[in-house]
Design a protein around this ligand. Structure first.
Ligand SMILES: [Zn+2]
Length: 275
């Protein structure tokens, strides 16, 4: 997990909501969430209603009680409101479950992330299959055992809320990255519906790319590619949301374009930006 320092930077000012198109009461939108080390943002890019949806999604993943909260704390990821925070751990001592309060930095934690076996189904020419489900993978930090022993315990339990918030947050990163890169007027968005929860076929548009599939392409955090189809091009974004050299490397199809990337670039509709 990257813990990047840097001034917050406006990549583009959009002037309308990138999710619903509203031009009322717009606020800025971080491309990679601030809590994941992102500092680039889109100015005037989200209306109040859509902001409430996306902040609820990110909250379920990144804030207290969320999937990645204990991981963020243990990894020392920055916070807007830094504070000493205690984590309630259910330790298993002598066969009995005992509640303990310990600082997050000392608490054992799981990192639970979504893994996909393939690239997005749409890029593989597959039909959407609502039965095909991605899997969750669980990673353990190296010093887990000593942390558990320090609690006087043999094991611990952790309760987490699942839902589809994680995938929607991941798709949102890819979509915001695309809007930062390509002028919104050149895109017919797909991912906005996924982020808002209007479509539930997220795994069809979101998948994973391996180092072998994409050798040498990930010197930067993000890359973009276009895929020709009958009515133009599908725009996909490949990215590592946790930065640095940490997998997974996700790929999401976020929009279609009537013109190719190169044509859009020719008249200044493409921009380069950093995390
Ligand atoms: Zn909106």
């Amino acid at each position: 997990m990257a813990n990047l320092a840097g001034p917050e930077t406006c990549v583009r000012t959009i002037g309308r909501c990138i999710y619903c198109g509203s031009t009322e009461r717009l606020s800025s939108e971080h491309i990679i969430p601030y809590a994941l080390g992102g500092y680039a943002y889109l100015g005037a890019a989200s209306c109040q209603l859509c902001s409430s949806i996306t902040s609820r999604i990110e909250g379920r993943v990144l804030r207290k009680g969320g999937l990645l909260y204990s991981f963020r704390r243990a990894a020392g990821i920055r916070s807007r409101r830094p504070k000493v925070d205690l984590c309630e751990v259910q330790a298993v001592v002598n066969g009995e479950v005992v509640d303990k309060l310990v600082p997050y930095e000392q608490a054992p934690h799981f990192t639970i992330i979504r893994r996909f076996d393939t690239r997005p189904g749409i890029l593989l020419g597959e039909n959407y299959d609502p039965v095909a489900k991605p899997r969750w993978a669980i990673g353990r930090a190296a010093n887990q055992k000593s942390k558990i022993q320090a609690l006087g315990a043999k094991g611990f339990q952790e309760t987490i809320a699942m839902g589809d918030s994680y995938e929607r947050m991941i798709v949102k990163i890819a979509y915001c990255a695309a809007v930062g890169r390509v002028v919104l007027e050149n895109l017919v968005p797909i991912a906005n519906h996924l982020v808002l929860g209007e479509k539930c076929d997220i795994p069809y548009f979101l998948g994973e790319i391996s180092r072998e599939d994409c050798p040498g392409k990930f010197e930067t955090l993000l890359s973009y590619s276009q895929h020709k189809h009958s009515r133009g091009y599908a725009l996909s974004v490949q990215f590592r949301p946790f930065g640095g050299d940490i997998d997974p490397r996700y790929e999401a199809v976020v929009a279609t374009m009537e013109r190719s990337f190169a044509e859009i670039e020719k008249d200044g509709g493409v921009k380069t930006w950093r995390r």
